[in-house]
Design a protein. Structure first.
Length: 217
C-alpha cells in the first residue's frame, strides 16, 4: 500500500505527534545526558552518588510508563474516556507537567534535595507519554503508524544533538547555576509548547487516508 504522503503531510494529528515527540525527547535527552554534569559541577556530589542519583529518573520513567498504559487502557475500555480524550490527557500530563517543573527547577535547583527530587519526578511523569502520543499513530493510521513514527523519530534524533550543543554553548566557559537556569527555561518552553501542540491538534480518530482508494483499472 503506497503511503499517502500528501494527506499525511497536511494532517494536523500527524504533525501533533511529530512536534510533541520532538519536544518531549529534546527535554528527555537534555536532562538524562546533562544531569551527571549538573550534579557534579553545580550540586557537587561525588562520582559514587552521581551514578546512583542519575539512574533514578530511568527507573521512575519505566514504572510510570507501565502504570499509565494500564490506566489509559482501562479508562478507554470502560468508556469513561474516548481515545482522543485519553491521548490528550496523558500527553498533557506527561509533557506539560515536566515543563512546569523545569520552571520550578530554575528557582530551586541550587538546593541538592529539591533539584534531585524535581529531576526524578519530571522524568518519571514523562513516562506517561506511552499512554499519550507515543502510540497515537496506531489510533489515527494503523497502516502507516511506522511511517509516522519514523518521521517523528527523525526530528527527535536531531534534538539529541541540539540539546548537547545548547548546554555546551551556554556552560562551556561559564558553568554557573545562572547559566543552567537558562537551560531550564528553554526546557520549560519546549515541553509546554509540545504539550500545547498535541492538546490543540491531536486526535484519536481513525483518519480517512489510512485506507486510500485503490487505483482505477
Amino acid at each position: 500500500m503506497p503511503a499517502p504522503w500528501r494527506a499525511m503531510l497536511r494532517s494536523a494529528p500527524v504533525w501533533a505527534i511529530i512536534i510533541t515527540h520532538g519536544a518531549s525527547v529534546f527535554g528527555y535527552f537534555t536532562v538524562v545526558n546533562q544531569l551527571p554534569s549538573y550534579i557534579e559541577s553545580i550540586l557537587h556530589f561525588n562520582i559514587k552518588h552521581n551514578g546512583l542519583l542519575s539512574s533514578l529518573p530511568y527507573l521512575g520513567k519505566y514504572l510510570c510508563a507501565l502504570a499509565s498504559s494500564v490506566l489509559a487502557d482501562s479508562l478507554r475500555r470502560s468508556g469513561r474516556l474516548s481515545t482522543t480524550a485519553a491521548r490528550k490527557l496523558f500527553t498533557g500530563f506527561a509533557v506539560g507537567l515536566p515543563g512546569v517543573m523545569m520552571i520550578v527547577q530554575a528557582f530551586l535547583g541550587h538546593d541538592r534535595v529539591w533539584s534531585i527530587a524535581i529531576f526524578t519526578l519530571a522524568l518519571t511523569i514523562n513516562g506517561a507519554v506511552t499512554a499519550g502520543y507515543l502510540g497515537n499513530g496506531l489510533d489515527i493510521a494503523p497502516n502507516f503508524s511506522g511511517t509516522i513514527f519514523g518521521m517523528a523519530n527523525t526530528l527527535s534524533s536531531f534534538g539529541g544533538w541540539l540539546s548537547t550543543f545548547m548546554v555546551g554553548e551556554l556552560t562551556h566557559e561559564n558553568n554557573t547555576y545562572e547559566q543552567w537556569q537558562i537551560v531550564f527555561y528553554i526546557l520549560a518552553g519546549t515541553y509546554l509548547l509540545g504539550a500545547l501542540c498535541f492538546v490543540t491538534l491531536g486526535s484519536g480518530d481513525l483518519q480517512p487516508w489510512n485506507s486510500p482508494a485503490p487505483p482505477c483499472t
